[in-house]
Design a protein around this ligand. Structure first.
Ligand code: ADP
Ligand code: MG
Length: 477
């Protein structure tokens, strides 16, 4: 049997750390980093006799995220205790919503190879993060800075059918979280974590296969690679006559392999029960309406608008709107130069490539929106040729200088003076008497040769239309 006889089934559990100032149930800082155990207090360290107080901002963020993910925001939800022992969990239980989460039944549409696909979202629930243990030979240390940082766990339906779909979905969730400003979506620092549930089944089969859960994946590229590896591993296991064990596996990106971490615990092992220290969370219509009216324009709406307002293709508008900063940048360029098509082309090709090569974010681009707008204007005014403009752009990116500075200092401006172009054309005709005679006796094909020669003689600076016109006239003889 071949891999292609199987179909993969994928569901994601995404943990998003909220960018609230303080913890979900107490007042110490929820910021990333800080010295060891600097962002702590008695509640998040599980001291006896302390009581949790729910963070209002975290609720507001959960409502907004739920709405953006097309979820039903529940009027009543409940915090439970998920009991387990681990040193990074000082209370001996994690407070997490369980059977009554704050958001349910949402969906997200993603585009895969130009096709829309709807991914169901089962639920999104609030919970607290755990601290962090580090192991050093014969001793371990525990840092509680992360303890009780608010998390929203977004659980998808098992609706994805390829590693690419899973990565696209995760990107779309990240994009929304960042537009909302509720999470910075940093996979590397772990402020967004993505657990991938993967199973395979023979094509045509209705029943799902046994799944494994992949953890420890800290980039979108690795999400795709880890799932791809896992799909093939599972098929190999099945094809060799063995069964898939339901378990949690860790992905090792340097080896591009997944390894068994632990067999999957049954839910009842956690002995969930409603936390008696917290009242049910009641959300009013007014709060939901308020959140609705404060929602920003979201990536998909913005992409839609880019198509209608600027006439951009769907593909371009989707790329330009993934990051809010990128979309803002594009709109600033258009505002300055008035040429959306050109702005989009420059960003999509040259700028994205150079940002990528230098591992920079748009916010750190050496070419600001204003600078790119100026370059577009110089091209539109024929001051620089399209070809020259690429060299000018590279220099702008390298030096941070403006387009006009570079054009001036390097004498790169386009030659639009007819007399000057005439002189160049005269030289070329003089230097190529044989071709000139042949052309004049009807060998029209040679025109391209003359364009090439004259362009070269002008060091690429001649205005192409003008050059064509002058050449035609002068070659007539
Ligand atoms: P648990 O509580 O054990 O984590 P859930 O039922 O909440 O289990 O499912 C967790 C995730 O696993 C969800 O995203 C769901 O879509 C996904 N999932 C469930 N069954 C399968 C399966 N057979 N194959 C792939 N993913 C699955
Ligand atoms: Mg789970």
């Amino acid at each position: 049997m071949a891999y292609s006889d199987y179909e993969s089934v994928i569901g994601l559990e995404i943990h998003a750390q909220f960018l609230t100032d303080t913890k979900i149930f107490s007042s110490s800082s929820a910021k990333f980093g800080g010295g060891d155990n600097e962002h702590v207090d008695a509640v998040c360290m599980g001291m006896p006799g302390t009581l949790p107080v729910l963070n209002k901002k975290a609720i507001e963020f959960a409502i907004k995220t739920g709405l953006a993910l097309n979820c039903e925001v529940k009027k009543k939800s409940v915090f439970s205790r998920k009991n387990y022992f681990y040193p990074d969990l000082p209370k001996g239980y994690q407070i997490s919503q369980y059977d009554q989460p704050v958001c349910e039944k949402g969906f997200l549409d993603v585009t895969i190879n130009g096709q829309k696909k709807r991914i169901g979202i089962t639920r999104a629930h609030l919970e607290e993060d755990a601290g962090k243990s580090t192991h050093h030979g014969d001793y371990s240390l525990v840092n509680y800075n992360r303890s009780s940082v608010p998390l929203l766990e977004i659980v998808s339906e098992p609706d994805m059918r390829s590693p690419q779909e899973a990565a696209e979905y995760a990107r779309a969730v990240r994009s929304i979280l960042r537009y909302l400003g509720v999470c910075d979506g940093n996979l590397e620092e772990g402020s967004m974590r993505c657990d991938c549930n993967v199973s395979v089944r023979k094509k045509g089969e209705k029943k799902f296969g046994t799944r494994t859960e992949l953890k420890n994946i800290n980039s979108f590229r690795f999400i795709e690679k880890a799932i791809q590896y896992e799909i093939e591993r599972q098929i190999d296991v099945i094809e060799s006559g063995q069964e898939i064990v339901q378990e949690t596996r860790l992905y090792d990106s340097t080896k591009n392999k997944t390894f068994s971490m632990r067999s999957k615990e049954e839910a009842h092992d956690y002995r969930y029960f409603p936390d008696p220290d917290l009242l049910p969370l009641i959300i009013s219509d007014k709060e939901i309406d308020l959140a609705k009216s404060s929602l920003p324009e979201l990536p998909q709406q913005r992409a839609q608008r880019f198509q209608t307002q600027y006439g951009l293709p769907e593909y371009d508008s989707e790329i330009l709107t993934v990051e809010k900063e990128m979309a803002d940048y594009f709109e600033s360029v258009v505002k300055e130069c008035g040429n959306a098509k050109s702005a989009s082309n420059w960003i999509m090709t040259e700028l994205l490539r150079e940002l990528n090569n230098s591992k920079k974010e748009i916010a750190d681009s050496p070419v600001s929106a204003k600078m790119l707008a100026e370059l577009v204007q110089l091209i539109d005014k024929n001051t620089v040729s399209g070809k020259m403009a690429k060299a000018v752009f590279m220099e702008m990116f390298k030096s941070g200088k403006t387009a006009s500075e570079i054009v001036k200092s390097q004498g790169m401006s386009q030659i639009t003076d007819e007399n000057e172009i005439g002189k160049i054309v005269d030289q070329v005709i003089q230097a190529n008497p044989t071709q000139t005679t042949e052309y004049r006796s009807g060998k029209d094909k040679l025109f391209g040769f003359f364009v090439g020669q004259a362009m070269k003689a002008s060091k690429g600076q001649a205005n192409p239309e003008l050059l064509n016109k002058v050449l035609k006239e002068k070659l007539k003889g």
